[in-house]
Design a protein around this ligand. Structure first.
Ligand code: PLP
Length: 440
């Protein structure tokens, strides 16, 4: 059995997370419950940041907060010295409500509205990662209108797609994001911003995929972007102060996944950038990276209470939990695989193969297709590991299920960071046909 972060098993055979028994947590807060082991989040943040420091490389490690966005998480990211990526006005608003230093916030997205850009400019955002020509025109118009200056990166698609264990080089990048690096779009974007009096170009950004398990794809991306930086230096005498290589560092969901250490991703990245740079007599840029999943993914565990079971004789045994695709859409959305344990039966041997189903009205609402567990009964606590990224942030009220609570645990202390929704919350925005309406 593989445990994560501070997890252990006590003498009663119960799963312990951050010094507290999962059974106690589920009794205290109810289920489903997202539990974050904050010591593991801090360990990861420090690993990324310290590796740059040890190499004396100027860097920003920006938490790609779409993975899990909340006021408490933003405060934790700030305490750890992380920068922050946001991709919408809503995430920016949450960051500002968390008092996150706005100069360390980077704003992403392929279709930012005027309202969102004005909000970012008025807030004094650290950097906008510009995605397309429409956005360049928006920013020129809005910065002139407001008399504000803004730092930008140009998001480019280098024609590399990283997949879990390898990468492919695509001649034509068919991504919805960014300027193509190879067909002249990136150069055209460069030329259209470089003389603007309100826009300050810091360099380029790329994000080549997610769940990447080796360094080669990052090295190749760095090489391609640096090649373009060299050409801008030669042609326009312009030096990029920043090189942003995005996120996508892999984590272990199941035993099939074999990620590198954060230190190794960063060391390899620094090595390949330095060798390109030195070789070409170019000043070392500040390196920015954007880990999301690798900061919070395996620090998160979801606790469920097991309810009904169904056996299809000779075919499979279902156990059903009190959540499902409403709190974790990833298995239904892209066949994501998860590992789980029975948190109150950690010492029992696994004798039965179950399919873990949710309670939503969809046959596809299955969290785990096949897993070997001790024989379970109603009331047992199922702990599904590695749900910290894209779990709560993609949760919905499908079937009008209230979204679960989120807690942080560390050293025997636990703290509520997002309250469980109530039925009242579920109808909060509904308007009755019997209410008076405008124009009646
Ligand atoms: C989603 C995203 C990330 C983070 O990806 P992870 O796989 O969670 O590390 C980083 N940068 C950008 C631009 C993204 O869209």
């Amino acid at each position: 059995m593989h445990l994560y972060g501070t997890q252990s098993v006590d003498e009663k055979g119960q799963l312990i997370i951050g010094g507290t028994s999962a059974v106690t947590l589920s009794k205290t807060y109810g289920t489903p419950l997202y539990v974050y082991d904050t010591a593991l989040i801090k360990e990861r943040a420090r690993a990324f940041i310290q590796t740059f420091k040890r190499a004396s490389v100027q860097a920003q490690v920006a938490y790609a907060s779409k993975a899990f966005s909340s006021i408490a998480m933003y405060q934790l990211a700030d305490e750890e010295g992380l920068s922050l990526d946001v991709v919408s006005g809503g995430e920016l608003y949450t960051a500002i409500r968390a008092n996150f230093p706005v100069e360390r916030i980077h704003f992403h997205g392929n279709n930012k509205s005027d309202e969102e850009l004005i909000f970012a400019l008025d807030s004094g955002i650290g950097c906008i990662v510009v995605d397309n020509f429409y956005e360049i025109e928006q920013l020129k118009r809005l910065t002139a209108l407001k008399g504000k200056n803004v730092n930008i990166l140009l998001r480019v698609t280098p024609g590399i797609e990283a997949h879990t264990h390898d990468y492919i080089t695509t001649g034509q990048a068919d991504s919805k994001f960014g300027f193509d690096l190879n067909n002249g779009q990136a150069d055209q974007a460069f030329q259209s911003v470089i003389d603007d009096q309100h826009i300050c170009l810091l360099g380029m950004h790329c994000h080549i995929g997610s769940q990447i398990f080796d360094s080669a794809a990052f090295s190749l991306a760095a090489k391609k972007l640096i090649f373009k930086m060299l050409s801008w230096k030669k042609q326009f005498d312009f030096t990029c102060p920043v090189l942003n290589l995005g996120g996508g560092f892999g984590i272990r969901y199941t035993e099939e996944d074999k990620p590198l250490l954060p230190e190794t991703y960063v060391e390899d990245m620094i090595k390949s950038i330095q060798s390109e740079i030195r070789h070409n007599d170019y000043p070392m840029p500040e390196i920015w990276i954007e880990p999301g999943r690798s900061l919070v993914g395996d620090a998160g565990t979801t606790l469920y209470t097991i309810g009904s079971q169904k056996e299809v004789p000779g075919v499979k045994k279902y156990l059903a939990v009190d959540g499902g695709m409403s709190d974790n859409i990833r298995p239904a959305l892209y066949q994501a695989k998860y590992d789980a344990v029975v948190a109150n039966k950690m010492s029992a041997s696994s004798t039965t193969t179950y399919t873990v189903a949710g309670k939503c009205c969809e046959s596809g609402d299955k969290l785990i297709e096949e897993i070997s567990l001790p024989s379970v009964e109603a009331g047992d606590t199922l702990a599904v590991f590695c749900t910290g990224a894209y779990g709560y942030s993609m949760a919905s009220n499908y079937n009008r299920l209230p979204r679960p609570a989120v807690i942080f645990v560390e050293e025997g202390k636990h703290r509520l960071v997002i309250k469980r929704e109530t039925y009242e919350d579920i109808v909060r925005l509904d308007c009755s046909l019997h209410d008076k309406v405008l124009g009646e």
